[in-house]
Write a protein that binds this ligand. Sequence first.
Ligand code: NAI
Length: 317
Amino acid sequence: IPVYGKGKIGIIGSGLIGRSWTLIFISAGYNVTIFDIEQSQLSGALVDIEKQLAELQKSGLLRGALTPEQQRALVSVTSDMKEAITGALHIQECVPENEDLKRKVFSEMEQYADDSTVLCSSTSCIVPSKFTDHLKRRSQCIVAHPVNPPYYCPLVEIIPSPWTEPSVVSRTRTLLEGVGQVPVTVKKEIDGFALNRLQYAIINEAWRLVADGVMSAEDVDKVFTAGLGMRYAFCGPFEVIHLNAEGTASYLERYGSTIQRVSSTFGPSPTFTGPAFDTIVQDNDANYPLDKLQEIRQWRDTRLVALAKLKKDLESQ
Ligand code: NAI
């Protein structure tokens, strides 16, 4: 399989994630052809992409060297899957999260692919062997799981199946690095990949702290927003331990037994039922009212954009 030059990318499914991938690929100068079974989704995608390009330009966050008009000119839409796939280097599948649907869509995708096409899924939690085992081109299939919103949260988890060719892994990483994302490889299939496993470990302990009457749900959130999250935006847990002592060996010598002692009190995984369910639901509904979710999401997104801008500015210093 050849390495990438700038070329064509096919997007299958033009919802939230299909549109996000499109913005990322066109920012780096790739031609993107989007396919969807719903004509209204395709026309909606074009309007949305133009609107987002204009907003990104206005906020100074547009990626790449091309103007919004030049980027827009790289996008086309089609209701013929063959047209989206023929001649493309990389296909990014973004249809709804459903194993049977992914199996069906991948069967269709491989019919139009050639030996040099990578067939990639955006799935959040289905391991690739579950929907590629039956394919002739299964060695060309892989998962690239983005984090929402992908334009500002650049992490992408790459998950090969046991039969994915190693060059498909390296090619996908190279492509994603080239468009400004941050790929990481999940070297073998595992339920939840890495991001959700780590996230669930946090949810579990957060739940236990509230269930055991140690802390309110509101204060648990503050532990992140004013504490751990401040560091984690810049340093991961391994870098944190390395910096919190004279390197990792010294940190583990000092604190290893403490981590082990505290961790042995964590208890079993919660079932997310019982009295703690009512407490956490009521506290969250009071702190973040259900009729204000849209406003709160906007508040969050403004801050994510500002953080992305800060990180970009710091990196260019
Ligand atoms: P969505 O519901 O916004 O978009 C799905 C699109 O696929 C729709 O436009 C629909 O018309 C189209 N579609 C349905 N059947 C199709 C078919 N047979 N062929 C072509 N197009 C078809 O879904 P969303 O949120 O964009 O998710 C897509 C994928 O990305 C899912 O696998 C999801 O797990 C994953 N993902 C979603 C994230 C999120 O936060 N929404 C984050 C990371 C990954």
